[in-house]
Design a protein around this ligand. Structure first.
Ligand code: NAD
Ligand code: UDX
Length: 470
């Protein structure tokens, strides 16, 4: 079995960057080079201002960068020198062609694989780190076998990543499990053992699980589908709570105490976001349809549909509370990231909500502690619509504090559960004083103490809780 001493990672994104930085940190005897085609991203990784915000990441990168961790755009050299190559490139939902809107676009995985085949002159273990449809390893094998140089042999492993943004470093330091999928051949098992040894430097052996390639690929889609399904289930229940007088936090607590159900991922919200859940479920829907399993496809499609419906329902609730019109009213949107402790906005519920508010002719003031202004403009502009940004800027402003956003507002809308928006951190008396009356708060994340805010004078509306029914 080959001992890994040089690792290359193709893709310096939210997964490749933190994952391989932690490998370098935990394995001083391994040289890790993270490469990307995007020069600006690599320059940022080599600077004091890393391209992604993730608690604890700075410390890890700064401890090992320049020692056994390197960031580069020299993809050829990194591939040539490595024993093991992670493919950690993006796999977005296809925007056109067959499977548009559902299937994963495997173009980046394919071109990364072809790049490996073209330049590798010695044996390599190639590891799928990207989330891919079941049986992608088969396609990678065909590309490598038919394009590889003589003398270079490739073993392909699946090693899906389960980190969540905002807690990536904690998740990587102490993962619930590490999955390694391989072909059940002598070479396949040996390659899997080599990768297991890398993780063995810090992850207890019993948590490093080896299995067949296809199970490993499917387990990643399955885990995300099941997690998202829990959120859609509790959000579906939140609608019943609002109509009956039940309180979704109490229901969630009560059911979570059942050890068969467990308490995690049962927090009702304005809808899940992030780059993974929707994309991976749609991918599973497409896979099910391709396998002629329409009922299975429909089942999973409903998880995404319920998420969309939650955002529409929340907006409708805001409109009806504000006397059935948002025209000209100022809404302070607190939080633009898809969850707290990240600057990532991919599929963030805030984007959809703001689009709805704009359609109602509201004025919107946005504050987020970590998201860059340019990112917010980018996310809100309709691609291809001429002069959309000018129209956008007439309706939307970006502020540098929650207080500034709330000044003169008719309502505060909590979209992201940042700790700094809690009533123990923000001075809501000060906010109340500057708002139009009646001053509304719509808590889309259930982070506020409703009674305390009502005492100040706010009209408070929370997901999954109704004041009307006692
Ligand atoms: P990302 O877009 O942040 O990063 C991908 C990077 O790959 C980009 O910087 C891109 O320039 C680079 N790239 C594309 N083709 C390349 C090539 N041929 N050679 C070198 N670099 C190339 O994406 P991400 O969020 O890191 O996700 C990567 C994969 O991991 C996806 O399949 C995703 O589904 C999966 N995943 C993501 C998360 C998450 O929390 N973001 C968690 C688990 C799994
Ligand atoms: C997810 C998976 O958790 C992770 O294992 C996988 O590797 C990548 O996809 P991520 O999207 O980074 O991670 O964050 P996660 O914590 O799962 O949150 C996803 C979305 O669900 C967020 O918008 C979050 O606010 C929302 N959420 C989460 C809820 O609305 N309620 C919950 O109880 C939990």
């Amino acid at each position: 079995q080959a001992r890994v001493t040089k690792i290359c990672c193709l893709g310096a994104g939210y997964v490749g960057g933190p994952t391989c930085a932690v490998i370098a940190y935990k394995c001083p005897h391994i040289t890790v080079t993270i490469v990307d085609l995007n020069q600006a991203r690599i320059d940022a990784w080599n600077s004091d201002d890393l391209p992604i915000y993730e608690p604890g990441l700075d410390e890890v990168v700064k401890a090992v960068r320049g020692k056994n961790l390197f960031f580069s755009t020299d993809v050829d050299t990194a591939i040539k020198e490595a024993d093991l190559i992670f493919v950690s490139v993006n796999t977005p939902t296809k925007k056109s062609g067959v499977g548009k809107g559902f299937a994963a676009d495997l173009g980046y995985v394919e071109s990364a694989t072809r790049h490996i085949a073209k330049v590798a002159v010695s044996d390599k273990i190639v590891v799928e780190k990207s989330t891919v449809p079941c049986r992608t390893a088969q396609s990678m094998r065909k590309i490598l076998d038919s394009n590889g140089k003589p003398g270079a042999r490739f073993d392909i492993l699946s090693n899906p990543e389960f980190l969540a943004e905002g807690t990536a470093i904690r998740d990587l330091f102490a993962p619930d499990r590490v999955l390694i999928g391989s072909l059940d051949t002598a070479n396949g098992r040996s390659a899997a053992a080599s990768l297991a040894d890398v993780y063995g430097n810090w992850v207890p052996r019993k948590q490093v699980i080896t299995m067949n390639l296809w199970s490993s690929e499917l387990s990643k889609l399955a885990a995300n589908a099941l997690l998202a399904q829990r959120i859609s289930s509790i959000n579906a229940l939140s609608a019943i709570c609002e109509a009956t007088g039940a309180d979704v936090d109490e229901v969630s607590y009560a059911v979570g105490l059942d050890s068969r159900i467990g308490p995690k991922f049962l927090k009702a919200s304005v809808g899940f976001g992030g780059s993974c859940f929707q994309k991976d479920i749609l991918n599973l829907v497409y896979l099910s349809e391709s396998l002629h399993l329409p009922d299975v496809a429909e089942y999973w499609r409903q998880v995404v549909e319920m998420n969309e419906s939650q955002k529409r329902r929340f907006t409708q609730h805001i409109i009806s509370s504000l006397f059935n019109t948002l025209t000209g009213k100022r809404l302070a949107v607190l939080g633009f990231a898809f969850k707290k402790d990240t600057g990532d906005t991919r599929e963030s519920a805030a984007i959809t909500l703001i689009k709805y508010f704009r359609q109602e002719q509201a004025k919107i003031a946005i504050y987020d502690p970590k998201v860059e202004e340019s990112q917010i403009w980018y996310d809100l502009a309709e691609p291809g619509v001429v002069d959309d940004v000018t129209a956008l800027k007439k309706q939307v402003t970006i502020t540098s504090s929650a207080y500034e956003a709330a000044e003169g507002a008719d309502a505060v809308v909590i979209c992201t559960e940042w700790d700094e928006f809690r009533d123990t951190k923000l001075d809501y008396e000060k906010i109340y004083a500057t708002m139009n009356k009646p001053a509304f708060i719509f808590d889309g994340r259930l982070i506020l103490n409703q009674k305390k805010l009502e005492k100040i004078g706010f009209k408070v509306e929370c997901i999954g809780r109704s004041r009307a029914v006692q």
